[in-house]
Design a protein around this ligand. Structure first.
Ligand SMILES: [Zn+2]
Length: 167
């Protein structure tokens, strides 16, 4: 049985940090020497980067609110021309961009709510940016505040402090 054949089955456990030092040490040594196993391990690791179980990738605090505020304030974003008086066609494009950005922020919030709160997402197929009903800034900010509160509550549930039942 070659080193490679012994090493390969251990790679997933190694990436999950489940190996003892006794197992991990020869594996690391082999990876230094063996390009094929190194490539395989890196491929596996890159794949895992996309599917880290239980990890919530959170945007910076206030990110969605910031995006929503800017969108409602008519921010044109970096892609828009600097000249504020464009022709009506490009203004329409800018408006569409802002609406799309707003809708994208709303969808992002919805997805985060689903991920954080375990809230079921709508199962209808028609989750399209141009189907999103018009919303007011106040509405968006109110929802964001509610989501933030929910997120905090959920985080407390996920990491219970043993021996302490106080809020
Ligand atoms: Zn090898």
């Amino acid at each position: 049985m070659s080193d490679c054949e012994r090493i390969r089955p251990l790679v997933p456990g190694y990436l999950d940090g489940e190996l003892s030092e006794e197992q991990a040490s020869p594996l690391r040594k082999h990876l230094l020497d063996c390009r094929a196993c190194r490539t395989a391990t890196q491929g596996e690791k890159a794949l895992r980067g996309w599917f880290v179980a239980g990890e919530v990738i959170a945007p910076p605090a206030g990110f969605a609110a910031h995006v929503a505020r800017r969108a409602f304030a008519g921010d044109r974003g970096e892609r828009a021309p600097a000249d504020p008086v464009g022709d009506p066609r490009s203004q329409g494009a800018v408006l569409n961009f802002v609406l799309a950005a707003t809708a994208a922020a709303a969808v992002l919030v919805l997805l985060l709510a689903g991920g954080i709160g375990g809230v079921g997402l709508p199962t209808e197929g028609g989750l399209r940016a141009d189907d999103v009903a018009p919303v007011t800034e106040a509405e968006v900010l109110r929802n964001l505040e509610r989501l933030n509160r929910d997120a905090v509550g959920e985080a407390d549930l996920v990491r219970p402090d043993p021996g302490s039942g106080r809020e």
